[in-house]
Ligand binder design. Structure first.
Ligand code: ADP
Length: 490
């Protein structure tokens, strides 16, 4: 189908909210609409979304953007990016969800994962998928739905069960029936081998997920179907799909091996482009598909820190130490160091490269001279120290960082950006337009629609100016030693 229009409609179905945005071919954002998503916590450790609500609110945002634009005529194509690993089960015939979506944070399958680990399956799964046997990933959630939701089991028997991640669910609803998932999202399920073109039969059997319920694995850019004409007033092609972190990596222009980005939001997600080399970690980093174009894959190594901006939010909301997240910057600057205070923010366990979910946070070095400024500074210093621990793991896995591209709400903090450069001793780069997740989906969709010939061309046209933070004097060894001591106490 020929493409008309000069705008890209991006749908970003996140964890706490869903958004629609219209971006121009120069990357400028011309319209945006956002709606919150209801979070359900039926039991401790369980986290659910209403899949019907995800669809309805995404559609409402799309329609709001189209209204702001005065119609859908200028929309050339749609790109979708989404919270990864979250699982929806639906009936293909009725199109109805069979249960709430199980969200990536949901821990209900911890025992099942432990059983598989006890059977010695983790090395097998890790070698094939690049992932670990953790409830975080999609497949054990799919198995739980089949075991615990009678409607899902009976739909499976009738051959009508569909299991998929959120982009799949949105494509199904947008097109009125397509069931497909892109390689970046599929690589977070535990059911796709890193070098396998499609679902791995052995992994599906091991975890107990029927292959027939899964969608087709497709590229990140291409012609994936058109929207039902009644939704936006005309049929619009869907041409880009990617998981949110992969999308942000593309949006940051990390298109060559070695280029690395870190997103500082609630937590922090670091991905390094590994090119076509299969990512193998000896340091409990994850190997994942970064992007698949024309059937050719590039891969990424990924490490995440559980607590980043949420530490600042905790200082603000639970301790009342600061009035706003932004105040942490002025406070950190008001003192010359943290006065010996070290915060290890393991408030919800430690992520990569430690993977200690049972760990709890500590604050060390308190004296009567400690002020809230020292605590704010220690909180921000912890971001660079956690990132430095990740950098060491990446380097040990053969992915040394030569620079770091940052984004996310917390990256607005100039003091933290400079501290990162000083601690890591590499240049840190922050784009003026920090919506890199949306930008990546727009870049992919524009390539899928043929508006640009390659991602490099799309990046050249759509990525705007960046601000550089050059590394200054290296931080003193005492700070590193203090961090290591506090970490050992955790
Ligand atoms: P998410 O996408 O995970 O919801 P965002 O990317 O919107 O998160 O980032 C919000 C987080 O960043 C909050 O936890 C907030 O505390 C933190 N944050 C926002 N601005 C600043 C700032 N100037 N300094 C430090 N932290 C900040």
């Amino acid at each position: 189908m020929t493409t008309t229009g000069d705008l890209i409609l991006v749908l970003d179905a996140g964890t706490t909210s869903t958004r629609a945005m219209a971006l121009g071919l120069d990357g400028a954002m011309l319209a945006v609409a956002q709606q919150e998503l209801t979070q359900y916590y039926p039991q401790p450790g369980w986290v659910e979304h209403d899949a019907g609500e995800i669809w309805e609110r995404t559609l409402a945002c799309m329609r709001a953007v189209v209204e702001q634009l005065g119609g859908a005529a200028r929309i050339a194509c749609i790109g979708i990016t989404n919270q990864r690993e979250t699982v929806v089960a639906w009936d293909r015939a009725s199109g109805q969800p069979l249960h709430h979506a199980l969200v990536w944070q949901d821990r209900r399958t911890a025992d099942f994962c432990a059983d598989l680990k006890n059977q010695g399956q983790e090395p097998v799964v890790q070698a094939a998928t690049g992932l670990l046997l953790d409830p975080y990933f999609s497949a054990t959630k799919m198995r739980w739905l089949i075991d615990n939701v009678p409607e899902a089991a009976s739909a499976a028997q009738r051959g009508q069960l569909a299991l998929g991640t959120v982009e799949d669910w949105l494509v199904f609803n947008l097109t009125g029936g397509a069931h497909l998932t892109d390689a970046s999202n599929a690589s977070r399920t535990l059911l796709l081998a890193l070098d396998g073109a499609t679902w791995d039969a052995g992994l599906c059997d091991l975890i107990g997920v029927p292959r027939a319920a899964l969608g087709e694995v497709v590229d990140n850019a291409g012609q994936f179907g058109v929207t039902r004409p009644d939704l936006l007033g005309r049929a619009v092609p869907i041409t880009g799909l990617a998981g949110d972190q992969q999308s942000a990596t593309v949006g940051q222009g990390c298109l060559s091996p070695g280029e690395t980005k870190a997103t500082y939001g609630t937590g922090a997600f670091v991905l390094a482009n590994m090119g076509s080399a299969l990512p193998r970690s000896g340091n409990r980093l994850l190997g994942t598909v970064l992007c698949q174009l024309g059937g050719q894959r590039s891969y990424a190594l990924e490490g995440s820190v559980f607590v980043a901006g949420s530490l600042i939010k905790w200082l603000r909301d639970s301790l009342g130490l600061i009035a706003s997240a932004g105040e942490s910057e002025a406070l950190a600057r008001s003192v010359s160091d943290s006065g010996g205070v070290v915060i290890v923010p393991a408030l919800s366990g430690l992520g990569a490269p430690h993977w200690r979910p049972e760990a709890r946070g500590v604050i060390t070095g308190l004296t009567f001279a400690t002020t809230r400024a020292h605590l704010a500074r220690a909180a921000l210093e912890a971001m660079a120290m956690q990132t430095a621990d990740l950098a060491r793991a990446f380097a040990a896995d053969g992915a040394e960082w030569t620079s770091l591209k940052i984004d996310g709400g917390m990256s607005a903090n100039d003091w933290m950006a400079q501290d990162l450069a000083d601690v890591l001793q590499v240049p840190v780069e922050r784009p003026h337009f920090v919506e890199t997740t949306a930008l990546g989906a727009a870049m992919l969709a524009s390539v899928g629609a043929g508006l640009f010939g390659s991602l490099e061309q799309a990046a050249g046209a759509m990525r705007g100016a960046v601000q550089q933070f050059a590394p200054g004097a290296a931080v003193d060894k005492a700070r590193r030693a203090g961090w290591d001591r506090a970490l050992a106490a955790v």
